[in-house]
Design a protein. Structure first.
Length: 719
């Protein structure tokens, strides 16, 4: 039953892996780049009298570049114009070095691959530049022996051909972007991933050491076991480890590489001998299979491995070699290379798959927090942060792919339960964050449509803070970073990321403006009115110490009051329900200016003309009672309730009619808060995101707590 379900999911994915033919269109543009470069290299070969290895190198470089350039922006293409020609020239010289001095060539090849991986520690640009350096090295393995020496002329033509590939590929891609055939790549601001703050060596350094071990061993065993066909071992070890994200990724790629290469070799061997050497039909078949490999790569790495192996087998057949007699050698070399690549990733400073998933989950959560903290009035920042979250979510899914493969394997129930308990449970992380994508998109749309309404809604602002704090708590739990902890009767808050520290010790949070140097306070200044407030719940604190609640301006020093000033008219109001409070103590209800000391009134002054009006419906009230409609004229009006409109008499400003002289009876009905559709959508989106954060909290738990350090006794006074 489990195998049937897995087969059904795989078949459904295979039939729907490219909705809208997006990958097929990108493959078509890539093959135009390859064919154009192939035509250019043929012309150069005939004009300059070069050998066919220059054409093979041009096709290998252009096919790989056509795939990696999909994510390149303008800066990356400028870098490619400099890096790829130099790498192509170096690859041509390396081919000659391996032919004439094998040991030195093997060492230089291994160090070149390791260096291209190691530079990933320097950021996105360096990572993409390192990928470009590797492309000509693949051509070295495809035709290792090369042709007889021709001096330095092939080196210059190789550099020129690589530059043509970059220019031609850029032009073809630009047309695809302009016509809408393929989407534009994400900008560097979107595609940048945060660097995990972990102890020990970084992932790029670990992978560089792994590639060094795998390639060095592959060169040694390949030359000993198969002196004439050692390239199959090295090529497989290189392909299995290149671009891997974790040891689980290497394992999956190694298995798919072995199975796919075996199938491709068998198929290519079946058609071997059907065409004479240097047959044009073989060339057409090679390009057709190469196009299928590029398109099916996103479906499974096995298709890519099988098609590429078939292409290489057909290429050797084009050179006149007997593919059938080399079948056993190729399969054995591929198997040995895959084992070496897998062993290096699991034994030499391994990168755990679950650790990679946790790291990228934290990165996606950071992107989610960036969307919620973006200024609603800056619509571009909202869109950029949303795109960054979606990019990191896709990277998270790629990192979790090996675990999904392990989950779908038809293993015994006991082993499957053990896997789910120990490692596969983390698959809930990409699922939960994936469910945040749709509500986050709705939130971003609401913000861009009504930024003012979203920014000024107090309930939405409070909900923002709650969801952001929830996401930060999950990130702390993932990174096992300390959270606020208690010790005795004093609450000590662990400094959050980016919190200024006390310069006297460099460990405790430093006070903000308006507070004393109390390392335990967690206060800050409210940017709207400059109040000293608690960063957790917004309670107004005493600015003298930054820890105890304190009155705001216009109230007495009663630490129990919860009053504040209304920014619209300067009234002293309760922050919970907005009731007007007595400014002398900040706790009991009180009349506002122009009304009598009736604690039950709900009146205020109209800021436009100074009238005493009802805050609910705008009815003008009498200044003597402040509860019934006015019997006295407002400023500049008359007290005649029958006076016509526009005569200056007291009237209902919202309806334009004169209120009745009878006082309203019964309890007053609370006003209904009306929200705009955009604010309602934003509230619903935040609620949906909060539910998924709850699921992540169940998965990763709560942040660890740390005990507060014991108080340091004050030094005794001397004398």
């Amino acid at each position: 039953m489990r195998l049937r379900r897995s087969t059904g999911r795989a078949l459904h994915h295979a039939l729907h892996f490219d909705p809208g033919a997006r990958l097929l269109r990108a493959t078509a543009l890539g093959m135009i780049t390859v064919l154009g470069t192939y035509a250019w290299s043929l012309w150069i070969e005939n004009r300059a009298g070069l050998y066919v290895d220059s054409v093979v190198q041009a096709v290998v470089i252009s096919s790989a570049f056509a795939r990696v350039q999909r994510v390149h922006d303008r800066t990356d293409r400028l870098i490619a114009c400099l890096v790829l020609p130099c790498a192509a020239a170096g690859g041509m010289q390396l081919t000659a070095l391996i032919r004439d001095h094998p040991d030195a060539g093997d060492v230089l090849f291994t160090l070149g691959v390791a260096a291209s991986v190691w530079v990933r520690r320097f950021g996105l640009r360096a990572t993409r530049a390192g990928t470009l350096v590797v492309l000509p090295l693949v051509a070295v393995l495809v035709v290792p022996g090369g042709a007889p020496a021709q001096g330095y002329a092939p080196t210059g033509w190789a550099a020129l051909t690589a530059l043509f590939a970059v220019a031609w590929g850029t032009a073809v891609t630009w047309i695809g972007h302009r016509t809408g055939l393929v989407p534009r790549p994400p900008s560097a601001a979107v595609a940048t991933m945060p660097v995990p703050d972990r102890p020990g060596l970084r992932a790029g350094t670990r992978m560089a050491l792994q590639s060094t071990a795998a390639l060095g061993t592959a060169f040694a065993l390949g030359r000993v076991l198969w002196p004439d066909h050692w390239t199959w071992v090295v090529l497989t070890a290189f392909l299995v480890g290149s671009g891997a994200r974790s040891r689980g990724d290497v394992l999956v790629k190694g298995v798919w590489r072995t199975l796919g290469a075996a199938a491709g070799t068998v198929v290519a061997g079946a058609v071997a001998g059907s065409f004479p050497p240097h047959s044009d039909t073989v060339v057409v078949i090679i390009f057709s299979v190469l196009a299928a490999a590029t398109w099916l790569r996103e479906l499974s790495y096995a298709y890519w491995a099988g098609c590429v192996t078939a292409v290489l087998s057909l290429l050797y057949d084009w050179f006149g070699q007997d593919a059938g007699s080399l079948l056993d050698t190729r399969l054995a070399g591929i198997a040995v290379g895959a084992v070496l690549g897998i062993a290096a990733s699991w034994l030499v400073l391994p990168i755990r798959t679950s650790g990679t998933v946790r790291s990228r989950t934290a990165a996606a959560l950071a992107g989610l927090g960036e969307v919620l903290s973006a200024d609603p009035h800056d619509t571009r920042a909202v869109r950029v942060t949303q795109a960054r979250f979606l990019f990191r979510l896709e990277q998270l899914r790629l990192a979790a792919a090996p675990l999904r493969v392990a989950e779908s394997l038809p293993v015994p129930s006991a082993l499957a339960a053990r896997w789910r308990k120990r490692g596969l449970a983390i698959l809930a992380a990409p699922v939960a964050l994936g469910r945040c994508a749709e509500p986050l998109g709705a939130y971003a749309t609401a913000v861009t449509r009504a930024p003012d309404a979203v920014a000024t809604d107090p309930d939405l602002s409070r909900r923002h803070q709650e969801v952001a704090a929830h996401g930060l708590a999950v990130r702390r739990a993932i990174g096992r970073r300390p959270a606020p902890a208690t010790s005795g009767d004093v609450t000590v808050l662990a400094p959050a990321e980016g919190t200024p520290l006390d310069p006297t010790d460099g460990t405790t949070p430093a006070p903000v403006r308006g507070t004393t140097v109390d390392p335990t306070n967690d206060s800050t200044l409210d940017p709207t009115d400059g109040r000293t407030v608690d960063r957790v719940d917004g309670t107004t604190l005493d600015p003298t110490d930054g820890t105890t609640p304190a009155p705001v301006r216009g109230t007495t020093a009663d630490p129990t009051n919860d009053s504040t000033l209304d920014p619209t008219d300067g009234r002293t109001v309760d922050r919970v329900d907005g009731t007007t409070l007595d400014p002398t103590d900040g706790t009991t209800p009180a009349p506002v200016r122009g009304t009598t000391a009736d604690p039950t009134n709900d009146s205020t002054l109209d800021p436009t003309d100074g009238r005493t009006v009802d805050r609910v419906d705008g009815t003008t009230l009498g200044p003597s009672g402040a509860t019934s409609p006015a019997a006295a004229p407002a400023q500049g009006g008359r007290s005649d309730p029958a006076a016509p409109l526009g005569s200056g008499r007291t009237s209902d400003r919202s309806a334009g009619v004169c209120p009745s002289a009878a006082a309203p009876t019964g309890p007053r009905t609370p006003a209904v808060v009306t929200r705009s559709p955009e604010v309602t959508t934003a509230h619903a989106a935040l609620d949906a995101i909060s539910l998924q954060l709850d699921a992540l909290t169940e998965l990763f738990g709560h942040p660890p707590t740390v005990s507060a350090p014991p108080p340091v006794p004050a030094p005794a006074a001397s004398g």
